[in-house]
Design a protein around this ligand. Structure first.
Ligand code: AMP
Length: 542
């Protein structure tokens, strides 16, 4: 017997239709690339997205065409996504922080047929356009007045391009399983791999993220996605925001402490999300200026481990609650969030920080397990760590073109490449990337735990731990630190600070100081580069 309920395909444009109808006046604020702060609302975003779809249709783009975007978070970027999806196309976000050759490689792999590009990134497109044979149209996200007059490329200004149609257009009727978006993983090893989201997976992910213990945002909230739309869908906020009618504040091109602070303050942002490096910049700006955060209530931090010291500073200095989250491009991206379950009610002080150091628990829609290398499941005991595997309706089932098939098993489990343990209440803690873990005398040392501890030292800005060859133990940890400006701690100070807080044999064998730690295009510490940099390093214990 079948149920007798309606088939209502889960299509992304229904999200913007809903937002326009129920929350039409709700604002979308953007710090524009041209400079001024611009304001629009969901009604207008939908109208203009329809024009994007209509103009793409008129220009001959068809269902399934990959249409790239190389842009900051902005209302225009949002319009493009909904317009592309509404004509049956596939938005393909490109990360401008990659090398131009990598971007060209990715565009060729995806066979992008058109690109929407911010003025900021036009030089990248000018450098690579002739290397991307599939590329037929370049639309610059600006108006005629700002469009560069001299370019070797055939450019069209977004504003006049959408003004060339009347908006009398209907979204294409699509299968909910049709591709909606595409994003390539940062690919620290091997070629980048394409993740292909469907309409259904995006809508379900947005519903999952709406749960109160997930992002838990509603129509009264002002949300600032500092995390870029080109980093795993701005963690879904481009869909979640309109689904609940939240006001959105887009930081555009400026992500330094002062610029982020200005928007948090003037727009009264209550909820924001980004990787730890962004918050390092904001927190040092606040420390320098003595400014406070009267409006901000919650911040989601993920992408790499949120240091305990950061959670504490947000809480104790600024009254802001940190929600530590973990996810991946392959998971749309939310995997776990650190909301506090009743089992932990009444925790305070350091005990809360202990809990928030974990990456949190999975919401409905994400299944999780930890296994050994032979796929035997580990108990949820909070200490036995192994390979973290996930499955769910917004988790990738394959990479585009079949790459990386070894990461997916025949029961749909996706091996995340992360090493983690899960405790009896379902809270997961990442101890490492599988390829970064240090193997000392056959035992594993978690680099994330050591980094977390080291940045708790008041004079340390950032820390990274890598394994360095050791004649007796194979590998031993080397702690690499960036000092805070004007501070001059020595290695022995940092080690002294760490002593007694971790197992003795986990203590780094040495401390090296650098001016800067290299980061990937998505803000993660680039351990591979550090390992190369310190390849000949001789530990004093060796
Ligand atoms: P990306 O697809 O670029 O978002 O990268 C996903 C990877 O980032 C994960 O597999 C983790 O290795 C790492 N990651 C994301 N969030 C966290 C977190 N909260 N703590 C530690 N690592 C994280």
């Amino acid at each position: 017997m079948l149920g007798l309920m309606q088939q209502w395909p889960l299509l992304c444009h229904k999200i913007i239709d809903y937002a326009a109808q129920q929350h039409g006046d709700r604002e979308i604020v953007t710090r524009s690339v041209e400079g001024p702060i611009t304001r629009t609302n969901y009604r207008s975003v939908r109208e203009r997205a329809l024009k994007v779809a209509q103009a793409l249709d008129r220009d001959g783009f068809k269902e399934g065409d990959r249409i790239a975007t190389l842009a900051w978070n902005s209302a225009r970027h949002m319009e493009c996504w909904y317009g592309i999806m509404g004509v049956g196309g596939v938005y393909h976000t490109l990360n401008p922080r990659l090398f131009p050759e990598q971007i060209a490689w990715i565009m060729n792999h995806a066979e992008d047929r058109a690109i929407f590009v911010d003025l900021t990134f036009l030089p990248i497109v000018e450098a690579i356009a002739d290397k991307v044979g599939s590329l037929k149209k370049i639309i610059v996200l600006t108006d005629d007045a700002h469009l560069p007059k001299e370019s070797k490329l055939d450019l069209v200004a977004y504003e006049s391009w959408i003004d060339s149609v009347d908006g009398d257009f209907e979204w294409k009727q699509l299968d909910e399983n049709a591709a909606a978006g595409m994003c390539y993983t940062s690919g620290t090893t091997g070629d980048p791999k394409g993740v292909v989201y469907s309409h259904r997976s995006n809508v379900l992910h947005a519903l999952i993220s709406c749960q109160p213990d997930a992002l838990g945002v509603g129509s009264t909230e002002t949300v600032m996605p500092v995390v870029p739309m080109f980093h795993a869908n701005a963690w879904g906020i481009t869909f979640t925001g309109p689904m609940v009618g939240a006001k959105i504040v887009n930081p555009g091109p400026l992500m330094d402490g002062a610029s982020i602070y200005e928007l948090l303050e003037t727009e009264k942002v209550s909820f924001t999300a980004a990787v730890p490096t962004v918050w390092l910049m904001l927190l040092s700006y606040l420390e320098e200026t003595g400014k406070k955060l009267p409006h901000l209530q919650r911040v989601v931090i993920g992408g790499s481990a949120c240091p305990r010291a950061m959670t504490k500073t947000f809480r104790d200095e600024y009254g802001v609650e940190v929600n530590h989250a973990w996810g991946m491009t392959e998971m749309s991206p939310l995997g776990t969030l650190g909301s506090v379950k009743p089992a932990y009610a009444g925790l305070d002080g350091e005990a809360v920080l202990d809990l928030k150091e974990k990456q949190g628990y999975a919401p409905f829609g994400v299944e999780m397990k930890v296994t050994d290398d032979e796929n035997n499941e580990h108990p949820w005991d909070g200490s036995t760590f192994g390979r973290l595997k996930v499955r769910g309706p917004a988790v990738a089932s394959a990479y585009y073109g079949g790459a990386g098939a070894e990461n997916f098993d025949d029961e749909s489990w996706f091996d995340t490449g992360d090493v983690a343990h899960i405790n009896e209440h379902g809270y997961m803690q990442i101890t490492d990337r599988a390829k970064d873990v240090i193997k000392s005398g056959g035992e594993w040392i978690s680099t994330i735990d050591l980094e977390n501890l080291a940045v708790g030292h008041p004079d340390i800005m950032e820390a990274a731990v890598i394994g360095v060859q050791h004649p007796k133990w194979d590998e031993r940890p080397l702690l690499i630190c960036v000092r805070k400006e004007g501070k001059t701690p020595e290695g022995s100070d940092i080690l002294g600070f760490m002593e007694g807080k971790i197992a003795k044999w986990w203590m780094p064998d040495d401390v090296a100081f650098v001016d800067e730690i290299p980061h990937t295009a998505t803000g993660k510490i680039q351990k591979m580069e550090l390992r190369e940099q310190f390849a000949d390093y001789k530990l004093p214990t060796a």
